[in-house]
Design a protein. Structure first.
Length: 154
């Protein structure tokens, strides 16, 4: 269901041609970069956190790491990653396929400043063998996300 919802979402925003599907797994940054033939930094990791205000997806550069102090300063609480077994219930996508599109109502999406180092970027698209090629402007437009600074660049 997740992939179909993402494809409908993309089509509804004029981005149907941005969808990419692979014969092999793209569930990690390294695997996605290999499948796409790009550097790992272009992979847009969609990290899911559980907060008092509900689930939050923060899209970050593939090689960036969450800085716990920055996260707490931004969200007012300690970073707590969602467990893999609860991802589909929280954000509608499985581990390795979480994307910032087609999430259930109430899921807040943010874009980390680390993403600005690459354009376009490639977030997952609802499964462990796909991605979306998307510009930062389109990513911001279709998610309605605000920019945050919660990462350090490795």
């Amino acid at each position: 269901m997740s992939v179909e919802a993402v494809r409908r979402f993309l089509a509804g925003h004029g981005l149907a041609g941005a969808y990419r599907s692979f014969e092999r797994s793209s569930a990690t940054v390294e695997l996605a970069a290999a499948a796409l033939g790009c550097e790992p930094g272009r992979i847009a990791k969609s990290l899911t956190f559980v907060t008092r205000g509900g689930p939050v997806i923060v899209v970050v550069m593939g090689t960036a790491r969450v800085d716990n102090r920055k996260f707490k300063d931004q969200f007012g609480e300690k970073a707590s990653f969602a467990r893999p077994d609860e991802l589909e219930n929280l954000v509608g996508h499985p581990m390795g396929g979480v994307c910032p599109f087609a999430a259930p109502p109430g899921v807040r999406v943010f874009l980390d400043e680390s993403l600005r180092l690459f354009d376009p970027v490639y977030p997952a698209a609802g499964a462990t063998n796909n991605a979306v090629e998307i510009s930062l402007a389109d990513l911001e437009r279709v998610t309605g996300a605000s920019w945050v600074d919660i990462c350090t660049i490795a």
